[in-house]
Design a protein around this ligand. Structure first.
Ligand code: HEM
Ligand SMILES: *[C@@H]1O[C@H](CO)[C@@H](O)[C@H](O)[C@H]1NC(C)=O
Ligand SMILES: *[C@@H]1O[C@H](CO)[C@@H](O)[C@H](O)[C@H]1NC(C)=O
Ligand SMILES: *[C@@H]1O[C@H](CO)[C@@H](O)[C@H](O)[C@H]1NC(C)=O
Ligand SMILES: *[C@@H]1O[C@H](CO)[C@@H](O)[C@H](O)[C@H]1NC(C)=O
Ligand SMILES: *[C@@H]1O[C@H](CO)[C@@H](O)[C@H](O)[C@H]1NC(C)=O
Ligand SMILES: *[C@@H]1O[C@H](CO)[C@@H](O)[C@H](O)[C@H]1NC(C)=O
Ligand SMILES: *[C@@H]1O[C@H](CO)[C@@H](O)[C@H](O)[C@H]1NC(C)=O
Ligand SMILES: *[C@@H]1O[C@H](CO)[C@@H](O)[C@H](O)[C@H]1NC(C)=O
Length: 357
């Protein structure tokens, strides 16, 4: 009995100490780290790279899809893989089902493939939010020559996907001021907005994102008439079918991460109204011209801005969880909570003592 209560007291001290230690990273400024999985899952980044490389080899467009998934994840509730949830426990609408994301987002199955491979090597260790950040980096690396960056990691996965908030994602009808303020809301500068828009050197867009708005641009003289004629020929007359048809955003080199996007804008060949806005404001235009003139400069800034975007409000430490299936939050039984994990650590190989206490 005496030995039991003293070991209980010891356990309490250990628990309190351990909980304090666990909370330290969350209490001090949330900090992500390069090489976060080097001890717990040394092959984590290689495994994600393998899944991304395989997917991009069979469909180059998936590189674009994965970069946009990370962007849309980070812009709503921070980089917490909320964009991947297909259902909320309370039944409210998830981000990925909203018109800003559906049907345009793609690459979910690549994340699932990486998740499955990771579960074989190091179960329950790598977050879905980090998979998204690694996959975006790998997509950049696979499409751009000489572009690689280290991804600070240690993000944990959120439990809510707030569909209502997708209206705050930057949309194709935004003006220069609207674009700048949407990024400022996430601590990204006007220049970083222009830099990150260069991701539109990859990928596609659906007719509903540009065709109607571009009729106004045609009247304004801000879209090339020949380009708009091409788009009109492409997009169906029936507006209900706009989401069935896509076109490449960078019509010159759609699968190469280069600075062609910035060269097209001054020629009135920007696809979306929002793309075109970057050359209608003197300050933003100066950045466009600098990146059109110097691809190396843009790539350097792009890498830095991708890292910064990936650091928007991460959940770290004891906050969030490591989702075992990226589409759904863990069920309590499937998710070892921080305290359950602690008890495992505190009673290695002994079930009896806990049963009697
Ligand atoms: C500046 C504000 C932005 C606006 C208004 C915007 C808007 C859009 C729109 C309307 C589409 C086409 C969606 C569709 O109909 O299929 C698109 C696609 C895309 N966006 Fe953005 N975007 C912005 C910033 C970004 C950023 C910051 C990134 C990443 C760093 C990004 C990466 C992409 C990619 C890669 C695609 C192609 C996706 C695919 O092919 O699956 N965009 N964007
Ligand atoms: C991808 O990154 C590696 C560095 O890990 C680099 O050597 C390689 O050149 C990059 N790939 C491309 C296509 O730039
Ligand atoms: C979603 O965000 C809105 C706006 O911040 C908030 O009012 C609402 O409660 C959130 N919904 C959920 C399910 O968290
Ligand atoms: C360009 O955009 C910035 C940021 O929104 C704004 O402060 C500035 O007034 C704009 N300049 C012009 C000429 O519209
Ligand atoms: C906002 O961005 C600035 C400049 O990049 C950076 O120094 C600062 O730490 C960021 N603040 C937050 C809260 O992320
Ligand atoms: C953009 O504006 C056009 C009208 O010019 C409208 O038809 C279209 O639905 C708007 N698109 C979005 C995504 O809000
Ligand atoms: C437009 O397309 C929708 C969906 O494909 C179809 O149900 C509808 O009948 C079409 N309308 C016309 C006028 O063709
Ligand atoms: C292009 O930008 C790079 C990186 O900032 C710089 O080192 C280089 O001098 C620039 N090239 C020219 C021609 O300005
Ligand atoms: C993940 O959850 C989704 C949604 O419930 C389900 O369809 C899918 O089969 C699950 N994936 C795995 C690998 O269990």
């Amino acid at each position: 009995m005496a030995s039991n209560s003293s070991s209980l007291a010891g356990l309490a001290v250990l628990l309190i100490t351990a909980v304090l230690c666990l909370q330290l990273p969350a209490a001090s400024h949330a900090q992500l780290q390069v090489g976060f999985y080097s001890a717990t899952c040394p092959d984590a980044e290689a495994i994600v790279q393998q899944a991304v490389a395989a997917a991009v080899a069979s469909n180059a467009g998936l590189a674009a899809g994965l970069i946009r998934l990370h962007f849309h994840d980070c812009f709503i509730n921070g980089c917490d893989a909320s964009v991947l949830l297909s259902v909320n426990p309370d039944g409210s609408e998830v981000e990925r089902d909203r018109p800003q994301n559906n049907p345009s987002l793609r690459g979910f199955e690549v994340v699932d493939a990486a998740r499955a491979l990771l579960e074989q090597s190091c179960p329950g260790t790598v977050s879905c939010a980090d998979i998204l950040a690694f996959a975006a980096r790998d997509s950049v690396n696979l499409t751009g020559t000489d572009v690689f960056y280290q991804v600070p990691a240690g993000r944990r996965d959120g439990s809510v996907s707030n569909g209502t908030l997708t209206t705050t994602l930057p949309g194709p009808n935004l003006t220069a001021d609207g674009l700048v303020s949407g990024f400022a809301d996430r601590n990204l500068s006007a220049e970083e907005m222009v830099v990150l828009s260069g991701a539109h050197t990859l990928g596609r867009s659906h007719c509903n994102s540009f065709i109607v708005r571009n009729r106004e641009r045609l009247a304004d003289g801000t879209v090339s008439p020949a380009y708009q004629a091409l788009l009109e020929a492409l997009c169906p007359a029936n507006t209900s079918q706009f989401t069935d048809v896509t076109t490449e955003i960078d019509l010159s080199t759609p699968t190469v991460l280069d600075n062609a996007y910035y060269k097209l804008l001054p020629l009135n060949l920007g696809l979306h109204f929002s793309d075109d806005q970057l050359v209608r404001n003197g300050t933003l235009r100066a950045s466009v011209d600098a990146f059109a003139a110097n691809e190396t400069l843009w790539k350097e800034k792009f890498v830095a801005a991708m890292i910064k975007m990936g650091e928007i409000s991460p959940k770290t430490g004891a906050d969030g969880e490591i989702r075992l299936n990226c589409s759904i939050v863990n069920t309590p039984a499937a998710s070892p909570s921080a305290s359950a994990g602690l008890i495992e650590v505190l009673r290695p190989g002994s079930g009896d003592e806990v049963a009697t206490s």
